[in-house]
Design a protein around this ligand. Structure first.
Ligand SMILES: C[S@@+](CC[C@H](N)C(=O)[O-])C[C@H]1O[C@@H](n2cnc3c(N)ncnc32)[C@H](O)[C@@H]1O
Length: 231
């Protein structure tokens, strides 16, 4: 348990020196993950695959992550009963379940990912929590979110730790812009350990170019974050 937390910290940390080497067994993935900060395969995995390896989805969805990223505090101000919420890149649903709880029986969460195993994990967790019928889990190829049927119907979108993985962020933001209702918001958060300030500014510019307008920059631990509005 302690190692899981440490791993999440290090995945998002720009500092790779000064910590000892640990190995973490990830049972669902049936593999060990090295926490050797001098030559971390975790880091290499991120460099080798543009998208987060699916087996890290289990760690990202760990309840231990709540002390760092409390989903209630992060999405609570934006989501209420009956809303339609879009979550590109949900992974195994760390935020999705809280979104589904908040939208209630009359709402919907559209969770769109490029990795089937991430969505399988998400659906399993949602089913166990009795929330699966509120979630539309969709597999897409590439950066087209395939949301034509939801055009102008989305009340809130969350893109947490996923924009830097998108091959074509401009296309991603254009799709999010099309899906959002006028006046509705997108919250982006990017891990500060992977995404530098300049790269985040570039992402924000791409979002603005799609027609979204910067509203605020909330504080989220170890992240760059911004709220943009569809106008
Ligand atoms: C680092 S994980 C973050 C998962 C989740 N948002 C969280 O914070 O726990 C990034 C996720 O985005 C997905 N992803 C990457 N590029 C994507 C794209 N273009 N469209 C949809 N999902 C994407 C990956 O498959 C992965 O599940």
């Amino acid at each position: 348990m302690y190692l899981s937390t440490l791993m999440l910290e290090e995945m998002e940390s720009p500092c790779w020196s000064g910590l000892p080497k640990y190995w973490l067994w990830v049972p669902q993935a049936e593999r060990f993950v090295s926490l050797d900060v001098h030559a971390p395969p975790v880091r290499f995995a991120f460099m080798a695959h543009r998208v987060c390896p699916w087996w890290l989805g289990y760690l990202l969805a760990s309840p231990l992550r709540r002390w760092m990223h409390d989903p209630v505090a992060i999405v609570g101000p934006f989501v209420s009963e009956g809303m339609v919420v879009l979550e590109p890149g949900p992974g195994m649903g760390f935020f999705t379940l809280e979104l589904a709880r908040r939208v209630g029986n009359n709402g919907r969460v559209i969770a769109v990912d490029v990795q089937p195993k991430m969505l399988e994990g998400l659906v399993k967790r949602a089913t166990r929590a009795g929330l699966a019928d509120r979630i539309d889990a969709r597999l897409v190829k590439g950066d087209n979110l395939g949301l034509e049927s939801y055009a102008g119907k989305v009340d809130f979108a969350l893109a947490f730790a996923m924009v830097h993985e998108a091959a074509n962020p401009a296309a991603l933001f254009a799709d999010i812009h099309k899906a959002l209702k006028p006046g509705s918001k997108l919250l982006i958060a990017e891990p500060a350990g992977h995404v530098g300030t300049e790269a985040f500014v570039v992402s924000l510019d791409q979002a603005k170019n799609s027609g979204l307008v910067l509203d605020s920059q909330p504080s989220i631990r170890r992240c760059h974050a911004a709220v943009l509005v569809q106008v």
